[in-house]
Design a protein around this ligand. Structure first.
Ligand code: AMP
Ligand code: GLY
Length: 429
């Protein structure tokens, strides 16, 4: 495999992309890194392009005109918009699936259909466009009721209702257009009990290269309370993801799904994010995402010993066979610093100090998620603003160090959860 001197275009501008760019830039195989649009964390790492992450024509034209060898796509929106298809049509290698394969994330009912064909364990479900039929189906289920918009709804299209009345309202709201096109159809699922973890594997459409698992915290406040967010923290290893769970996840879920996509003539190229519900060491699929998790990706990048870039290139080029990845035995933890008010309304543009001091602490690396620079000052520019990561000999040390990093940062307009990793700590004690 010829990977020397690669020109790479990284698409996206959040904490996930800062972490990916940080690792790609450490590769001896890298000749040049472009980021579109990137963020201030990538300032000395890549050349920023003023192209939005979903501007498929502009991204494709830039890659073609500048002899880019590999495009690495961070978020799902460009994949759903057909960036993978457009690049491959021009003969440009892309880490990220075509639109039809990204449907594993963008259509919940498609994911379910593929799982059924592949025999992958997941919750029983029904798909509806009629409210009456949906409500009739609900009456044959037991509480809690899981009602989802079929399409992409920025992680907000899932309602778990304790009562039939609440479930009925969710049906009416979603089919009534609360999530726009994403709610033209809805999916009603059996509620799965257990503990959640996310497992990642990369694939060239045929060969699957397993990565590792992580766990995140979706709720805004301590004790896993408060509104759902994009993720307030993460850690790895995930104690619930035992060797037996790993074997089953690969054999029963990831491998069969990848082979099913290939058999359909829509091979899946990129990273498979398997959101799992695990009970008694049996994993069942909650969701598939067509991208790395954010903030889980940042944790993966902290535990990866191998060079990332050759693996991404091999996946995009159909050359993954024979490749392995080496992971650190160290644990890694991440704490999100979010703007006060997130995930509701929040202010942007307040000054942040102390990132350099945090980065100087043992094991700590701070990734930028929603920041901007103005005359040399670092300002908040989003809901999730900074990702403070740390590695340590065990999960306890990693978490302690991450909070030391948090405490070195001076940003009065931000908040964080103080209990990241509590499940792992409970098991470790
Ligand atoms: P999703 O957007 O499909 O990942 O769903 C968001 C969250 O809702 C998941 O992370 C789970 O915590 C929960 N969830 C979704 N579907 C189910 C299910 N069938 N059973 C139990 N919990 C679920
Ligand atoms: N951390 C959850 C996600 O990326 O969807």
């Amino acid at each position: 495999m010829e990977t020397a001197q690669l020109k790479v275009l990284l698409v996206g501008g959040g904490g996930r992309e800062h972490a990916l760019g940080w690792r790609i830039a450490q590769s001896p195989a890298l000749a040049k890194l472009y980021v579109a649009p990137g963020n201030p964390g990538l300032n000395h790492i890549g050349e920023h392009l003023a192209i939005g992450d979903s501007d498929v024509p502009a991204l494709t034209a830039f890659a073609a005109d500048n002899n880019v060898d590999l495009v690495v796509v961070g978020p799902e929106a460009p994949l759903a918009a057909g960036l993978g298809d457009a690049l491959r049509e021009r003969g440009i290698a892309c880490f990220g699936p075509d639109k039809d394969a990204a449907a594993l994330e963008t259509s919940k009912s498609f994911m379910k259909e593929v799982c059924a064909a592949a025999g992958a364990p997941t919750a029983a479900y029904g798909r509806f466009t009629s409210g009456d039929e949906a409500k009739e189906f609900l009456r044959a289920q037991t509480a809690p009721y899981v009602v989802k918009a079929d399409g992409l709804a920025a992680g907000k299209g899932v309602m778990i209702a304790e009562s039939l009345a609440d479930a009925d309202s969710a049906v009416d709201e979603m089919l009534g257009g609360k999530f726009g096109d994403a709610g033209e159809a809805i999916v009603i699922e059996e509620f799965m009990e257990g503990e959640e973890a996310s497992f990642f594997a990369i694939t060239d459409g045929e060969t699957v290269l397993p990565m590792i698992a992580a766990q995140d915290h979706k709720r805004a406040h301590d004790g896993d309370k408060g509104p759902n967010t994009g993720g307030m923290g993460a850690y790895s290893p995930a104690p619930v993801f035992t060797g037996a769970v790993y074997e089953r996840t690969m054999k029963e879920i990831v491998e069969p799904v990848v082979q099913e996509m290939r058999a359909r003539g829509t091979p899946y190229i990129g990273v498979i994010y398997a959101g799992l519900m695990i009970k008694d060491e049996r994993p069942r699929l909650v969701e598939i995402n067509a991208r790395f998790g954010d903030p889980e990706c940042q944790i993966l990048m902290r535990r990866l010993n191998s060079d990332l870039l050759p693996a991404l290139y091999a996946a995009a080029a159909g050359e993954l066979r024979g490749l392995t990845l080496d992971w650190s035995d160290d644990a890694a933890a991440l704490v999100v610093l979010a703007a006060n008010g997130y995930p509701g309304a929040y202010q942007k543009g307040s000054a942040i100090h102390g990132v350099e001091a945090a980065n100087a602490l043992p094991g700590v690396v701070v990734f930028h998620a929603g920041t901007k620079e103005d005359s040399g000052r670092l300002l908040s520019n989003g809901g999730r603003v900074l990702n403070v990561t740390a590695t340590g000999a065990d999960i306890r040390q990693a978490i302690e160090r991450a909070y030391q990093g948090v405490d070195a940062i001076d940003w009065p307009d931000g908040f964080c959860r103080r209990d990241i990793g509590w499940r792992a700590l409970e098991r470790a004690s």
